[in-house]
Design a protein around this ligand. Structure first.
Ligand code: KIV
Length: 258
């Protein structure tokens, strides 16, 4: 059954949501067939697929390109696309234009925006224009240069208070769900309990309304860097290397083609 923004909203308190990133038609189709509630075409495409070290090089054009590839598989999962770096801080009309491209050209059904309570006005404006928005709080990978790296959030009372305020501001603005990344488990649980929309966690412990993982991480693709919270459910790097090497050997040894 097709998952919509309403399906996701209504799941709060009923069942746990499962979300995953995908960036192309192959993975999009598999994620949908596996029953994922949400497929996120994350701007993590920059570092997982395109060889960049962060998400900062990803543009709206890139997001449209990859979102459209997943769209063509007509996934039953809700298809969400990331609004890339700095876009959310442009004039509201320009943010609306970028979101419109993700929906009209990319085929996204909702847009994810990294930010905090300062964005409440913009989020409200977009939602009013008919763009379903998923907020993203806690660790914001688009701010890696400001942060000087990736770390856990919510360790101090001050951070706890501002995370709770960010989450409630996103809910007030009309977001249908939020993602909480790398938030101390206790604070993540408080966020979950204080919202009436789903709080989907990544590296934020078990007391969220659902979980999201980056597909290449959980499939065992990236030997260089794994966030500490990731569980590898497969070792595709080894499987693919093995297939490539066997193919190479068989061609050289005149075994393939027969
Ligand atoms: O871009 C992405 O993959 C994300 C996830 C880490 C949630 O934002």
């Amino acid at each position: 059954m097709k998952k919509t923004v309403q399906t996701i909203r209504k799941s709060k308190g009923q069942r746990r949501l499962v979300a995953i990133t995908a960036y192309d038609a192959i993975f999009g189709e598999l994620a949908s067939r596996a029953g994922m509630d949400i497929i996120l075409v994350g701007d993590s495409v920059g570092n997982t697929m395109l060889g960049h070290s962060t998400t900062l090089n990803v543009t709206v054009d890139v997001m449209v390109h990859h979102t459209a590839a997943v769209r063509r598989t007509e996934p039953e999962s809700l298809l969400v696309a990331d609004l890339p770096f700095a876009q959310a801080h442009l004039a509201k009309e320009e943010v609306l234009q970028a979101c419109t491209r993700l929906i009209q050209e990319g085929g996204a059904e909702a847009v994810k925006i990294e930010g905090n309570s300062n964005l409440e006005g913009t989020l409200n404006y977009l939602i009013d224009a008919g763009i379903p928005i998923m907020g993203h709080l806690g660790l914001l990978p688009q701010r890696v240069n400001t942060l000087g790296g990736y770390r856990k959030f919510g360790k101090t009372n001050e951070e706890r208070d501002s995370l709770l305020e960010d989450a409630t501001a996103m809910q007030r603005a009309g977001c249908f769900a939020v993602i909480g990344e790398m938030i101390e488990s206790k604070v993540a649980a408080e966020i979950t309990n204080s919202l009436n929309i789903p709080h989907i966690g990544i590296g934020s412990g078990p007391e969220c309304d659902g979980q999201i993982l980056v597909s290449t991480d959980m499939l065992g693709f990236q030997s260089k860097f794994y966030p500490s919270f990731v569980k590898a459910y497969a070792n595709l790097e080894e499987t693919i290397l093995d297939a490539f090497r066997t193919y190479g050997r068989e061609v050289k040894d005149n075994i393939f083609p027969e």
